[in-house]
Ligand binder design. Structure first.
Ligand SMILES: Cc1ncc(COP(=O)(O)O)c(C=O)c1O
Length: 380
């Protein structure tokens, strides 16, 4: 795969290694967004069927990206917290059950579980990584597997940790959850789009993804997958469009108890969003053309020299088998002056994120190895 920067709206003057914060926008996505905003000026041209066509296309594209066999298991969501809440509210949790989370998850995959635990007298168990850095990812994965027991009702975790890119072995975790009949809910926001995810292979109960990071979409739209286990659940809101026969605009006050197929009930109200939905479709179509596997390979190629040099400088970067290539943490040595480094990065307009004593670097197909050279030049 070649560099694709020419397809993005990204300033020449900056070095952007912060896609985990927010992705730059594809020019094709900007274009369709502007066209879509303009379209509202001609409401007479927006037909009843337009409320349904595009959102079905979006669900189909997302299903293709995540290798879900039936697109009707997908839903359009406005945020990760919304998508996780739909799953959490429809999982049977009883007194004494354990809800497993990994340490320092993003709050959208934490608060709702705290709420559900409080309501049902269940227990939140947070699985921590080892204190020592060597073998951290491997041991953290082992800790998770060991924590899954007959008491576990649900494991709610990411595929790739948002703070430092630790990669979790979802296949092994899924096997263990199946043994004890626990549900598996995945926040794929920091991986899906840039890292392969196959519903067919992992078989999670739910997969929730924010749209504005690795899916390259706009803000305030995301995508979710809910397995058939959720087909009879209750959504967190009751939108008319998600009810059976809602395409018949003249019959909307013949109120319906039945829902549209499968996960359609979990889509947010106004999910036909005439601006965000076409933008999200375009972004996912681009990702389907590129393929996440190739994006990983590209990110690995452009970062490998820099990672070697950083390790020589006593920085800790997780073993390659236990981290993503599009997002990784650089644990800085104690002797390094963090404030000085931050100032240098700012002066050079190099954009990364910081978490404690670790720097989070996240790249994509708009980056090159030169971006990484610029980054490590600031360490001297
Ligand atoms: C792992 C992860 N999940 C979710 C989100 C965003 O959540 P929400 O859409 O609820 O704002 C982020 C944003 O940084 C994230 O990193």
């Amino acid at each position: 795969m070649q560099n694709q920067k020419h397809l993005f709206d990204l300033s020449e003057n900056i070095t952007y290694l912060n896609g985990a914060y927010m992705s730059p926008q594809l020019q094709s996505v900007t274009k369709i967004g502007i066209e879509s905003v303009t379209r509202k000026g001609k409401p007479n041209e927006i037909l009843p069927e337009d409320f349904f066509n595009q959102k079905e296309v979006l669900k189909q594209r997302f299903a293709t990206l995540i290798e879900a066999s039936d697109y009707q298991n997908t839903a359009i969501i406005p945020s990760v917290s919304y998508g996780i809440a739909n799953a959490a509210n429809n999982i049977t949790i009883t007194k004494g059950d354990e809800i497993l989370l990994v340490d320092e998850q993003f709050p959208s995959n934490v608060y709702i579980w705290q709420e559900v635990a409080k309501k049902n007298d269940a227990i939140i168990k947070v699985i921590k990584p080892p204190v020592e850095l060597p073998n951290r990812g491997k041991l953290w994965n082992e800790n998770i597997l060991n924590a899954i027991t007959k008491k576990t009702a649900v494991v709610a975790m990411p595929q790739v940790h948002w703070a430092d890119g630790t990669l979790f072995n979802l296949k092994a975790i899924r096997e263990k959850t199946k043994e004890v009949q626990a549900m598996l809910v995945i926040d794929g926001t920091q991986s899906v789009g840039a890292f392969p995810f196959s519903i067919t292979e992992i078989e999670p109960d739910a997969l929730i993804c924010g749209g504005y990071k690795w899916l390259l979409g706009p803000y305030s739209i995301g995508m979710a997958y809910y397995s058939d286990a959720f087909n009879n659940g209750t959504p967190i809101e009751h939108n008319w469009m998600n009810r059976y026969n809602s395409e018949d605009f003249s019959g909307l006050t013949t109120y319906e108890d039945r829902y549209q197929e499968k996960a359609a009930r979990y889509s947010v109200g106004e999910s036909s969003n005439f601006v965000l939905t076409p933008m999200m479709i375009r972004a996912i179509e681009q990702l389907i053309t590129w393929q996440p596997e190739n994006i990983q390979k590209y990110c690995s190629t452009i970062s490998q020299n820099a990672i070697k040099k950083l390790r020589e400088l006593d920085c800790f970067i997780e073993d390659d088998n236990y981290r993503a290539h599009h997002l990784f943490g650089i644990y800085l040595p104690e002797h390094l002056n963090l404030e000085k480094l931050k100032t240098k990065l700012k002066d050079e307009q190099i954009f990364v994120s910081f978490r404690g004593n670790a720097m989070r670097v996240s790249c994509n197909v708009y980056n090159t190895s030169i971006d990484f050279e610029k980054l490590i030049a600031q360490f001297s």
